[in-house]
Design a protein around this ligand. Structure first.
Ligand SMILES: NC(=O)c1ccc[n+]([C@@H]2O[C@H](COP(=O)([O-])OP(=O)(O)OC[C@H]3O[C@@H](n4cnc5c(N)ncnc54)[C@H](OP(=O)(O)O)[C@@H]3O)[C@@H](O)[C@H]2O)c1
Length: 367
């Protein structure tokens, strides 16, 4: 029986990954979460994991509810003996556990895009040294991964990520009056707050472009975004001979999660009546309306620690927007200002953490 650890188990991806484990009858040996006591308690009750990581404030209560429960850090959970680790703790907080999982040689079902964006080449060193395989969970990257299977790298002309366009694709005209409630109401996906706001600014697509650059190790110029409101085609690969290969499927994260968990096999899905849209549209993104996507491309062009800086600044800017401190339209401006001031340094672990801390302070200054 496949053993799985879930990092970020109480979140949107974590809960859907557990559902897939239920479908497949997998054994969940480790759970790592933050502060959601009730959801984590339900999960411990159901899965009886060998090790659990949770925010310190929950430890006493968890010990009282589950005598004998072993508590550890997310890194210790990530290092448990298992066949797959699902990395779904968002932001740079997810980096250390993702890195720990990458060192164990198990399959790494990667949802946390920020880890790859900030530390791609450093993560790859661990992955290659330990024979780990990365299976992307993000639907667009899962699509590209599947479309690339069996193809020669030199035959690839372009990787195309699709974007649903988020809640403000067409309106309101003036985005400065957008409230957190409006931005959190994504028309297609139910996700955690950070990724939902990123989807509304299209910075999420920018992070995905950078994730694709690091994950598939293609130059930035070969990675393109097309808006596709039906969100049915998740990713396309255009080859040098002009052919396109696409991966299509319903808008349900449990499908790419299941693929990452069962890889290299495919398993039947219990989902019924999967809808098929009548119309498929594709068009170029409007960078005037969604400048955060252009900022991400610029960070990718600069390379080094620039990707670390914009990703960290975005965490601060999104939080400031959600707490009512800044308007929606200030988010891309903060990202651009932080990027402008980012020192040009090579990517090392030391520089990564120094620039991450610097960018957070810099973003707070503007927020
Ligand atoms: N949701 C999606 O459909 C989707 C799609 C593609 C990619 N992603 C990516 O997947 C990642 C997870 O997204 P999500 O939507 O699942 O987020 P989410 O719903 O906000 O869940 C985050 C999870 O991480 C835990 N967590 C947060 N900070 C932590 C910390 N410092 N230490 C330990 N655990 C911590 C949370 O615990 P508590 O809730 O208990 O505090 C929760 O279990 C993100 O990087 C996102 O970009 C998500």
């Amino acid at each position: 029986m496949k053993r799985v650890v879930i990092l970020g188990s109480t979140g949107s991806i974590g809960r859907q990954a557990l559902e897939v484990c239920r479908w497949r009858g997998y054994r969940v040996v480790g759970l790592a979460a933050g502060q959601n006591l009730e959801e984590l308690s339900r999960q411990i009750q159901e899965w009886r994991p060998l090790l659990v990581a949770a925010h310190e404030s929950l430890h006493e209560e968890l010990k009282a509810r589950f005598p004998g429960l072993r508590l550890g850090t997310p890194e210790e959970v990530a290092s448990l003996e298992a066949e797959v680790a699902v990395a779904a703790i968002p932001g740079l907080a997810g980096l250390a556990p993702t890195w720990a999982a990458a060192r164990t040689g198990k399959h790494l079902a990667l949802a946390n895009k920020e880890a790859m964006v900030a530390a791609g080449p450093l993560l790859w060193q661990e992955v290659e040294a330990h024979g780990t395989e990365i299976l992307p969970v993000d639907s667009e990257h899962s699509a590209l991964f599947q479309a690339l299977l069996g193809e020669r790298r030199e035959d690839v002309a372009e990787l195309i990520l699709t974007a649903s366009g988020g809640p403000f694709l067409w309106e309101p005209e003036d985005l400065s009056q957008v409230t957190p409630a409006m931005a959190l109401n994504h028309p297609r996906w139910r996700m955690g707050p950070k990724v939902t706001i990123d989807s509304a600014t299209l910075f999420n697509k920018g992070l995905e472009v950078l994730e694709a650059k690091e994950l598939f190790r293609f130059p930035l110029e070969k990675i393109k975004v097309l808006v596709h409101p039906q969100a049915y085609v998740h990713g396309l690969v255009r080859f040098v001979d002009g052919s396109l290969k696409a991966q299509l499927g319903p808008t349900d994260m449990r499908l790419p999660i299941q693929y990452a968990l069962t890889y290299p096999e495919r398993a039947e899905t219990p989902l019924q009546n999967l809808p098929f849209p009548g119309v498929l549209e594709f068009f170029e993104p409007d960078l005037n309306r969604f400048p955060a996507l252009a900022v991400a491309y610029e960070a990718g062009r600069r390379g080094g620690v620039a990707q670390v800086a914009v990703s960290a600044a975005d965490e601060v800017a999104v939080e400031a927007f959600l707490s009512g401190k800044i308007p929606f339209t200030e988010i891309p401006k903060i990202l651009a200002r932080v990027l402008e001031n980012t020192p040009s340094l090579p990517l090392t672990w030391e520089n990564l953490f120094a620039v991450d801390a610097w960018a957070r302070e810099e973003a707070k200054r503007w927020a």
